[in-house]
Design a protein around this ligand. Structure first.
Ligand SMILES: Cc1cc2nc3c(=O)[nH]c(=O)nc-3n(C[C@H](O)[C@H](O)[C@H](O)COP(=O)(O)OP(=O)(O)OC[C@H]3O[C@@H](n4cnc5c(N)ncnc54)[C@H](O)[C@@H]3O)c2cc1C
Length: 428
């Protein structure tokens, strides 16, 4: 299967050159093979190589080709559920570890970037979770109270403080968590890939794995050109999972999310919007997320067509109109880029970790929070691959459960969007 080029985006137009990752063209034997070179696979490869493990990554296209090189660049703390819900559901030990891992994920990610010296415009200026109506304001207030009770630095902003922080009067409240921030995701992926290579990992682009099976106690992976024999296997193909692993694709909904970006904004306008440069996502049924990058371009993300965009900003007119409603001075500013990608939504809205045997791990489903989570989990997955089932991992290990009626996901997503939009408008 020939590699598919990364679709044009603001990131492809502004990224550092990609590291050389030639296709696998001869048979290779390693301790650990990783399928998929997004943040999860690259972080796992880096940490394994740093532990002295002989590791190779097989990527169908190029590092960062999936969601990792196209996302909103928001480095956000937490999971979809509040800390107390996690404790109630998973108990005091695992629940607490999930909280520490997920809310600490931005610190881990920024720490890693700084340790490796990755040049990816990383800034830890905080995350705003903004409420668009009374119902979401109440929910954000509950989250704020729980974060405070758990000793986290997050705090609730009222309407006036939120207006000062965002430059728009749209929001009635917001939760500000100073641990969040932003980065250039394609440069982060490429930087991680280079760092993993320097540490000794082999990364092969244009190397789609077409079969994975056990043979004489080892994993045998085939690409169209060569094979890899490995003691242990990590599958991190996320929303881009194909038919490689039985049933895996049917455990997630590969929803497209879209982003539209402006040219660098003029000084006064750039100063008015998110003046202290936190990132923001709205708390509602249909999530809108945005930030100003280091060059003062506004990146607005949200729902969009459930097909790959080809660069025109037209299909995302509604996001432009929404931005202009938030800050009317944006009218007349040029929107230069539009792109999208697929993220993995799971039925329980939690990341999934499968351990089909002692020697095979599968991780997927960051549900739109993978910049920090997938990077952090990459480290934990590496430790689990080395240490076996006694090594700590801060997520529940579950079985692969394909969804019924999975083939109908495009219809389901479309209806959920219409229904969500209606609920957001009505504030219910
Ligand atoms: C438009 C968009 C905006 C987003 N915004 C944010 C955000 O602001 N903040 C945030 O935290 N998260 C965001 N996300 C989610 C985040 O990007 C993902 O959770 C994260 O990048 C997932 O990383 P990953 O390594 O698990 O998977 P991916 O980066 O998707 O990588 C999977 C890789 O597997 C490869 N692959 C698949 N099958 C095979 C095979 N058979 N053989 C070899 N390789 C294979 C694919 O080519 C792909 O490169 C966004 C996602 C999208 C799409």
């Amino acid at each position: 299967m020939p590699a598919v080029p990364l679709p044009t985006s603001l990131y492809t137009d502004t990224a550092h050159p990609a590291p050389l990752t030639p296709p696998l063209d001869g048979d290779r034997t390693v301790s650990v093979a990783i399928i998929g070179a997004g943040f999860a696979g690259l972080s796992a490869a880096l940490h394994l190589a740093e532990m002295g493990v002989d590791v190779c990554v097989l990527e169908a296209n190029e590092p960062g080709w999936g969601a990792s090189g196209r996302n909103g660049g928001q480095v956000n703390p937490g999971l979809k559920f509040n800390p107390d819900e996690l404790l109630a559901r998973f108990g005091g030990d695992l629940g607490q570890r999930m909280i520490t891992m997920a809310w600490g994920a931005p610190d881990f990610t920024f720490g890693l970037i700084s340790r490796l010296g990755i040049d990816c415009d990383a800034r830890q200026n905080g995350t705003l979770r903004a409420a668009t109506n009374a119902l979401t304001a109440k929910a954000v207030g509950i989250t704020a109270a729980q974060c405070a009770a758990h000793g986290m630095p997050a705090r609730l902003l009222d309407a006036t403080e939120t207006e000062l922080a965002t430059g728009t009067g749209r929001y009635s409240a917001a939760l500000f968590d100073p641990r969040g921030g932003d980065l250039h995701p394609l440069n982060f992926a490429r930087g991680l890939a280079s760092a993993a290579q320097k540490a000794g990992a082999f990364i092969h682009g244009n190397s789609c794995v077409v079969s994975a099976r056990k043979q004489s106690g080892k994993w045998l992976l085939r690409t169209n050109m060569a094979t890899v024999t490995a003691d242990k296997l990590l599958v991190v193909t996320n929303a881009y999972a194909d038919g490689l692993w039985p049933g895996l694709r049917k455990t997630l909904v590969p929803v497209y999310s879209s982003i539209v970006a402006t040219e660098p904004l003029p000084g006064a306008l750039a100063h008015r919007i998110l003046p202290h440069r936190p990132v923001l996502y709205e708390s509602g049924h249909i999530t809108v997320y945005y930030r100003l990058d280091k060059q003062n371009r506004l990146l607005m993300g949200g729902r969009g067509p459930q097909r790959t965009l080809t660069g025109q900003t037209g299909p995302l007119d509604y996001l432009k109109r929404y931005a202009e409603a938030l800050w009317p001075d944006l009218r007349g500013v040029r929107w230069t880029h539009a792109w999208n990608g697929q993220l993995a939504i799971t039925p329980d809205h939690l990341p999934h970790l499968h351990e089909s045997s002692e020697d095979a791990l599968i991780y997927l489903g960051c549900n739109g929070r993978g910049v920090a989570l997938a990077t952090t989990m990459g480290h934990q997955l590496a430790e689990r691959l080395v240490g076996g089932q006694s090594a700590r991992i801060d997520l529940p290990v579950t079985g692969i459960e394909p969804m019924r009626f999975h083939a109908l996901w495009p219809i389901g997503v479309h209806s959920a969007m219409i229904w969500g939009r209606m609920k957001d408008r009505l504030g219910i």
